[in-house]
Every structure is written in structure tokens, then in C-alpha cells.
Write a protein that binds this ligand. Structure first.
Ligand SMILES: [Zn+2]
Length: 212
């Protein structure tokens, strides 16, 4: 289950590259792996977060941290792969089933959803006139409207912005950004690993020069 799946190495490599830098992370991942390496205030999970349940009828704007419910259900799975009816999580207000707070037809766009956008918007507001890099990792063409197209528009509009996309097959750079962007067609894990290697090599060089 997601509570126990190990955090992938690319997450650690990315954080190593961001060490000491002013950054914000916007993700459509719902598996909350980023929460293990990034403080919540620096993370905008705009497509939901499966650590939380919502009412499937959206009868009210409350999210329920589901860790204990998930473990109780998991522990109660019997030999027929069923769980007792009373363990099925239900909305305390209307009695409908609870469901994961992730993008779907009934996705709850309430307080927490707005809060995710508040965090990224505050970061952009504070940094829009500085040198800013929009680094897009593995977004692809399925849901370009959440990260890719906003990144393109912001890079185009902000004077000191630059855009890099890393994608194994859909590394696209719009013509309008040809002088403000870079498309790297490659495996994110390998690109990040190599970038960490290069960056740490440069840090070593700096230290060598400081000492001499
Ligand atoms: Zn309800």
C-alpha cells in the first residue's frame, strides 16, 4: 500500500539539486511521495492526495486523514479478500461511502484544494520578477492543462523565466519558447542522477579552488 511503498531515488536526487535553493513543487501525483522529502508548505498537490478521504457525495468540505482506516481495513481482510461492512469508511454527516481525495468526477475542490493553489500562487507572486526556472518532470500530453501549459505561459510572460522539460517521449518545446527553454528527451531517473553527479562535481571544484 502507498503508506509503505519506498520513496523513489529521483525524489531524493531532485531534493539534492534543490538544496539551498528557493523552490516550490507542484505535482499531479496523488501518492504523496513528495511529502516524505518536502515540507508541506513547499508542496502543491493540485490533483489530490490519497492520504485523505472525502465524502463521495461531497456533502461537506471536510477531508479525513485515512491512515488508521486503511490499516484497520487491511488488517481485517479475510480469506475471501473481503472486509467487514462496518469497516467501510462512511461520511459522518450523510452516511455515503468515503472515497480517496483524488481527481475524478466527484473530486472535492474545497478548502484544501484552494490551499494547494494558494501556496504555489504565493510563491509565484514573490518570485515572478527574479530568475526563475520552470522544471517540468514527466508531465506528458495526457493532462497538459495542470502543469505544462501554465509553465509555458508563465515562461513566456515572465522576463527572467526559463523552462526545462524532461520526458522520455513527450519532451516538447513550443516554438515561442525556443530561446527560453530546453527539451530533454530522456529518462527522468537518469537525467536527475547525472545532474546530481555534475552538481556535486562542481561543488568539489569550488571547494578545491577555495582551498587553493
Ligand atoms: Zn457526506
Amino acid at each position: 500500500m502507498e503508506y509503505e511503498c519506498p520513496t523513489g531515488k529521483p525524489y531524493y536526487d531532485l531534493m539534492e539539486l534543490l538544496r539551498g535553493k528557493n523552490y516550490h513543487i507542484m505535482t499531479t501525483n496523488q501518492d504523496f511521495q513528495f511529502t516524505r522529502v518536502v515540507p508541506e508548505e513547499k508542496l502543491s498537490a493540485i490533483q489530490g492526495d490519497s492520504r485523505f478521504f472525502q465524502c463521495s457525495r461531497r456533502c461537506h468540505d471536510e477531508l479525513f486523514y485515512n491512515h488508521d482506516m486503511i490499516y484497520a481495513m487491511n488488517d481485517a481482510i479475510d480469506e475471501n479478500l473481503c472486509i467487514p461492512t462496518e469497516l467501510i469508511p462512511r461520511c459522518p454527516k450523510c452516511g455515503a461511502e468515503l472515497e480517496p481525495w483524488v481527481r475524478g468526477y466527484t473530486f472535492l475542490e474545497g478548502q484544501k484544494y484552494r490551499d494547494e493553489y494558494r501556496k504555489i500562487n504565493e510563491f509565484l507572486q514573490a518570485n515572478k520578477d527574479r530568475k526563475i526556472l520552470f522544471l517540468e518532470l514527466g508531465v506528458g500530453r495526457m493532462t497538459p492543462m495542470f502543469i505544462q501549459e501554465p509553465f509555458w505561459n508563465l515562461t513566456y510572460a515572465l522576463p527572467q523565466a526559463f523552462y526545462i522539460t524532461v520526458n522520455p517521449k513527450d519532451a516538447l518545446l513550443p516554438q515561442e519558447l525556443s530561446s527560453k527553454g530546453l527539451a530533454i528527451k530522456g529518462d527522468i531517473a537518469i537525467v536527475l542522477r547525472d545532474a546530481v553527479k555534475t552538481a556535486s562535481g562542481e561543488r568539489m571544484d569550488d571547494r578545491y579552488q577555495d582551498e587553493n
